[in-house]
Write a protein that binds this ligand. Structure first.
Ligand code: UDP
Length: 327
């Protein structure tokens, strides 16, 4: 069976659907701090899902799972993800992301489970020295969140050398959209991400969408990001899992579309998809935002056979339908 940690969260749950689509049986392990039981209930309607509520910081919680089930591979999403919070409260990030991962990896080694797909991030590269970013770009994360992800990648390299734990690390760029059948979608509290925040301004009367910075060195002054669709992302995980099974070899890949959109372009696309006027105001830059982040995903294309299929418009359409279903 496949164990998915953090499978009640946004990317974890969409990837869980990807594995269910491939006919796999899955176990989801989540403490439901940021994930949602409603998400688990929706997944249970899509296929065979076991849910275990537990916290990776308690090694007994995760050990119970390995004792009870025959696990073949782990897909590891569980962790805190907010950059700003990680700067204010690094202890929370190091304790959860690092200690939680160590507990998981040690338990895997103990139970002889030697394959893992890890959700990493382009934040491990830090301020880009060039774009599009390939996997050879220097790694200088600029906040504790990015540092935890880079450290976990390094721990995985050491665990491969010492214990033969094989990992595929997927370095995500910006993930967007929802399940195309609107069963699950992006649901963060508080919401900090661009697309859901734009769409919330459609449904919530008092909410005005805020653009963080219009004086960046880009063609329209707003930040440029590479928005990869969450269902494409799920396919990347299934391909990474299949690759690991076939090759039993560790590797790492950037997962993005290889093209960028500015905040203003995303906003204009959202206006045209929804057909609504959306209230907008301009604020100062948000601390820590790089001007341009675009992936070079050639390696994922060549070795995993993964390419992004869906457009930004596709992602905004499904995100809109999801947001609509929640209001
Ligand atoms: N952004 C914005 N308003 C918001 C949320 C985000 O202008 O309400 C901008 C943010 O400054 C960044 C881009 O949108 O340039 C993407 O931000 P997001 O938080 O979605 O992802 P990140 O790139 O930080 O991982």
């Amino acid at each position: 069976m496949i164990l998915i940690t953090g499978g009640a969260g946004y990317i974890g749950s969409h990837c869980a659907l990807g594995f269910l689509n491939q006919g796999e049986n899955i176990i989801i392990f989540d403490n439901l701090e940021n994930g949602h039981i409603e998400t688990i209930n929706s997944l249970k309607q899509a296929g065979k899902v076991e849910f275990i509520k537990g916290d990776l910081r308690n090694i007994q919680d995760i050990e119970e799972v390995f004792k009870k089930y025959e696990i073949d591979t782990v897909i590891h999403f569980a962790g805190y993800i907010q950059v700003e919070e990680s700067v204010k409260n690094p202890s929370k990030y190091y304790r959860n992301n690092i200690l939680g991962s160590l507990n998981l990896f040690d338990t895997m080694v103990k139970y002889n489970v030697k394959k893992i797909v890890f959700s990493s991030t382009c934040a491990i590269y830090g301020e880009p020295e060039y774009t599009p970013l390939d996997e050879k770009h220097p790694k200088n994360p600029v906040n504790p969140y990015g540092r935890t992800k880079l450290m976990i990648e390094q721990i995985l390299e050491d665990y491969d050398r010492a214990y033969g734990l094989k990992s595929i690390r997927l370095r995500y760029f910006n993930v967007a959209g929802a399940d195309s059948q609107t069963r699950i979608g992006e649901w963060h509290e508080p919401e900090t991400h661009l697309i859901p925040n734009i769409l919330k301004s459609v449904f919530e009367k008092d909410k005005t969408f805020k653009i963080f910075g219009t004086n960046y060195d880009t063609f329209d002054g707003t930040c440029i990001r590479d928005y990869v669709n969450v269902e494409d992302m799920a396919i990347a995980h299934v391909k990474a899992y299949n690759y690991l099974k076939q090759n039993n070899k560790s590797d790492y890949f950037n997962i993005g579309t290889s093209s960028g959109s500015s905040v203003k372009e995303v906003f204009d696309t959202a206006k045209s998809v929804t057909g609504k006027e959306i209230k907008v105001e301009t604020l100062d830059r948000r601390e820590g935002d790089a001007a341009i982040l675009i992936a070079n995903s050639e390696k994922a294309k060549n070795k995993l056979g993964w390419i992004s299929n869906k457009t930004l418009e596709d992602s905004i359409k499904t995100a809109y339908l999801w947001e609509k279903s929640r209001h």
